[in-house]
Design a binder for this molecule. Structure first.
Ligand code: FAD
Ligand code: NAI
Length: 480
């Protein structure tokens, strides 16, 4: 016997669970299938983001920052603390609790919205018959029976997995993916990371703050190539000053391990042979879409050369009424991008006009200071020959930043030379992840830099740096 639904969602990461909830809000009968289990074998919806991504990494970033403040910075505020110690098991256990709370929260939301949840692996059985798709659920529990679900619409939100280095397959003991990187049981004396992208910098920062000597090996000759060059330069300066060793332009040649160590042999940017031995190696060289075992071939679902599901701008796949969202399709691999796509697809299924503005998706790298941006970088504007004006305002000239004791970085606004429309905002500094939200809003409303400059911002606040950067576009910053 099969159970029939209006929509089947495969995957309960931020793309899938949000799509399922929005479908239910719109009156559709929804099933959501997710394969993730926690250590006890119980369902753990929330995907990469909740289990081994956004949430646990931010929990450890917060905890490790508290540790660094207590050991190095509270004295600047006249707060004297003695005997500060690190209880790593407690820190990791707190992180696990935060994850579990989020898993439970999603299960509660499914119940509240009457989404039928299935804990198992979902796969297409074959081509649609009379416009109806069949999806088989292979249960996670040993005593569960396979079930068949049917629906007119299927949303695939199966996410992504860490990309392995052929030379160094993950064993999660010495050679770690993002999963192992979040649960190293003792602070390593030495830690190597391959890839100085978002994970490399965030996880490198966590373990450096906790006491590891961290080296990040990056293949490309430039640092954070997708980030505005001025911001990337500032970030490189600050992060290396903090003690992250970042080597650019390396070529990894071999990786070998013993019971307690792992050695990476590589050539550096000058072509010299080098080798680095540490207790653990984190490989963070990007992610690959999860389409294995989905039955894509059985149903004729088109994939691209990376294995991602081919979709148009509305997340429509090559098959009628099969949609795909999040990391398993093109575009940035970000939780909020996956969520926006999930909502837009649900609304389209319900006959509405949901859409995602890909030009205003913010990015945040949760280092200290944070790096956040939206829109185009200066190098992109130059390449596209778009005339622009720039306004930069340093946090050093912001009263709130001085009071906080965190004056690193700046806000940079890029506006069109003629129309003054804001084309990009780039921030490195305290609370950049929060500040970028007003830049996103400004760009959604097609604000000019003058619009921002005319808005009254509370004093003293970090947000005044955004207003001042907008004023600086017209060379009339007031405090710098
Ligand atoms: P996923 O979250 O990967 O979820 C997919 C789900 O589908 C999983 O539960 C998986 O088990 C399940 N699944 C797969 N195949 C099947 C199947 N056949 N049947 C049933 N279930 C299946 N993004 C941010 O925006 N901000 C951050 O701070 C951030 N930090 C990150 C930190 C780390 C360490 C990592 C690795 C990623 C981070 N990301 C962050 C990226 C973010 O996690 C992803 O972009 C996001 O999780 C993608 O959501 P998704 O729903 O597409 O897929
Ligand atoms: P990434 O794409 O951010 O960075 C990978 C880095 O590895 C790049 O700099 C690349 O040049 C380098 N690289 C690739 N192959 C290499 C090799 N063989 N040797 C040396 N260097 C090599 O990927 P990362 O850090 O794995 O993260 C994956 C994705 O997860 C991110 O792109 C992002 O979408 C998401 N994420 C988002 C976060 C956030 O929003 N704060 C945090 C963490 C991850």
């Amino acid at each position: 016997m099969s159970q029939s639904f209006d929509v089947i969602v495969i995957g309960a990461g931020p793309g899938g669970y949000i799509a399922a909830i929005r479908c239910a809000q719109l009156g559709l009968k929804v099933a959501c299938i997710d394969a993730w289990s926690n250590k006890e074998g119980a369902p753990a919806p929330g995907g990469t983001c909740t289990n081994v991504g956004c949430i646990p990494s931010k929990a450890l970033l917060q905890s490790s920052e508290h540790f660094e403040h207590a050991t190095h910075h509270l004295g600047e505020h006249g707060v004297e603390v003695k005997g500060v110690g690190l209880n790593l098991p407690a820190m990791l256990s707190r992180k696990n609790q935060v994850v579990a709370q989020n898993n439970q929260g999603i299960l509660y939301l499914f119940k509240k919205n009457k989404v039928s949840f299935f804990h198992g692996t979902g796969a297409f059985v074959g081509a649609a018959e009379a416009g109806i798709y069949r999806v088989q659920v292979t249960p996670k529990s040993a005593n569960g029976e396979p079930q068949t679900l049917t629906a007119k619409h299927v949303i695939v939100a199966t996410g992504s997995s860490a990309r392995e280095l052929d030379l160094a397959p993950f064993d999660e003991e010495r050679i770690l993916s993002n999963d192992g990187a979040l649960q190293i049981p003792q602070v390593p004396k030495k830690l190597t990371l391959i890839g100085s992208g978002v994970i490399g910098l965030e996880m490198g920062s966590v373990w450096r703050r906790l006491g590891a000597e961290v080296t990040v090996l990056e293949g490309l000759p430039e640092f954070l190539g997708a980030v505005d060059e001025q911001v990337a330069k500032e970030a490189f300066k600050i992060l290396t000053q903090q003690g992250l060793n970042i080597e650019l332009g390396v070529k990894v040649k071999a990786v070998s391990k013993t019971a307690k160590t792992v050695t990476v042999s590589y050539t550096n940017a000058k072509g010299q042979e080098q080798s680095l031995t540490s207790e653990r190696l984190i490989v963070s060289i990007g992610r690959i879409p999860n389409t294995q075992g989905l039955g894509a071939q059985a149903v004729g679902l088109a994939l691209d050369e990376r294995g991602a599901i081919v979709v148009d701008e509305h997340c429509r796949t090559s098959l009628a009424n099969v949609w795909a969202v999040g990391d398993v399709v093109r575009g940035p691999m970000l939780a909020h991008k996956a969520e926006e796509e999930g909502v837009a697809v649900a609304e389209r299924i319900a006959g509405q006009h949901g859409h995602v503005n890909f030009n205003t998706i913010p990015w945040v790298i949760y280092t200290s200071p944070e790096i956040a941006w939206v829109g185009q970088t200066e190098q992109q504007l130059k390449k596209a020959a778009i005339p622009y004006r720039v306004g930069v305002f340093p946090f050093l000239a912001n009263g709130r930043a001085r009071a906080l004791g965190d004056t690193r970085g700046f806000v940079k606004v890029l506006a069109h030379q003629d129309s003054d429309e804001v084309l990009g905002v780039h921030i490195i500094g305290p609370s950049a992840s929060e500040l970028v939200a007003q830049a996103v809003m400004a760009m959604e409303f097609k604000a000019s830099s003058e619009d921002i400059a005319r808005i009254c911002h509370a004093h003293p606040s970090l947000s005044e740096a955004f207003k001042e950067a907008a004023l600086a576009v017209d060379k009339r910053a007031l405090n710098f």
